[in-house]
Write a protein that binds this ligand. Structure first.
Ligand SMILES: C[S@@+](CC[C@H](N)C(=O)[O-])C[C@H]1O[C@@H](n2cnc3c(N)ncnc32)[C@H](O)[C@@H]1O
Length: 292
């Protein structure tokens, strides 16, 4: 994969003072629903909390509304650096109930984008729908396995695909479904430790090449076909420092999830080249451009 470095309109991405402005009153704040805006406005020292939310791995004392808004601001600044069309089409596999990419797309596009996710877990989908009901842009949620994306969607019909903290979701589903867990129906978070333990077991036994890697590469390969040439695939995977040294948690695997994904994709021969973004740590983020 070849590499080139890109900057945002303001220089390096994710400068803490600018991010604090975006989440406390600017582009991301304007896309929060009224209740979330009221909650944000009441948080003391947002600027200090933004500095914490930008740290990798994330510290223990993180403020969740600020973290979610910072994740949205990170995607927003990545869009500003890559300059897809404002009225862009965005594909996000495995959204769950997570709204940072959606807020970033709404902010970047001024509500003119078309956003689509393919997601399995039903309870999380219902939670998400409540969180994003106020947004202007078109949102479509398909309930299926993202491994079947090409049954629903046309090649070259998206500008960007976002894998927001989704690599672990795909690996966890791939190792849990064959063990009998119905990940469409379970309450995700009370069951997530079990999924991660199975993933750790398979990783330790050297089985990810048989289960995990093929599913991930299928979904990434389909995303590379769904995105038009010149468009982008974005991956992030932040981690909590509270899992360092926790016996059941596969810290080394999670710490290296993005480098491992980078290597698997490079070896797969998919027509993707890496773009390095100034200020963005390649340990936690991967930006790939679809070749023509
Ligand atoms: C905990 S949520 C995570 C949401 C978001 N990626 C984040 O980390 O903030 C995990 C979601 O990924 C979905 N998921 C995992 N593997 C999937 C697959 N192969 N196809 C579609 N959805 C999948 C699950 O059904 C669930 O809704």
């Amino acid at each position: 994969m070849t590499q080139a470095t890109r900057r945002g309109p303001w220089g390096a991405l994710w400068e803490a003072g600018r991010m604090a402005q975006e989440v406390a009153e600017g582009a991301i704040f304007r896309c929060l629903d009224p209740a979330a805006q009221t909650e944000m406005a009441a948080i003391p020292d947002v600027a200090g909390k933004v500095v914490g939310a930008l740290k990798q791995p994330k510290p223990l004392d993180i403020c969740m509304p600020v973290l979610n808004a910072v994740l949205a601001a990170q995607y927003y600044e990545v869009f500003e650096a890559l300059q897809p069309p404002r009225a862009m089409t965005v594909y996000e596999p495995c959204v769950g109930a997570s709204n940072p990419v959606i807020l970033a797309v709404e902010a970047y596009s001024g509500g003119t984008a078309n956003y689509l996710t393919i997601n399995l877990n039903r309870k999380l989908r219902t939670e998400l729908q409540a969180k994003i009901a106020h947004l202007k842009m078109s949102v479509r949620i398909i309930e299926d396995n993202a491994q079947r994306a090409l049954r629903h969607l046309q090649p070259h019909s998206f500008d960007v695909a976002c894998f927001h903290h989704a690599v672990n979701d795909i690996l966890q589903t791939a190792v849990s479904e064959p063990r009998g867990m119905d990940t469409t129906a379970v309450d995700w978070f009370p069951n997530e430790r079990q999924m991660i333990e199975w993933l750790a077991e398979d990783d330790k036994a050297g089985r990810l090449a048989q289960r995990g890697k093929p599913e991930l590469l299928q979904i990434v390969g389909d995303a590379a076909r769904l995105v038009r040439p010149g468009g982008y695939l974005l991956f992030d995977h932040w981690n909590w420092c509270r899992f360092i040294g926790v016996a059941w948690f596969p810290w080394d695997l999670f710490f290296n999830l993005i480098p491992m994904t980078r290597q698997w994709i490079a070896e797969s021969g998919l027509p993707l080249s890496e773009v390095r973004l100034d200020g963005v740590d390649p340990q936690w983020w991967l930006t790939l451009k679809v070749q023509g």
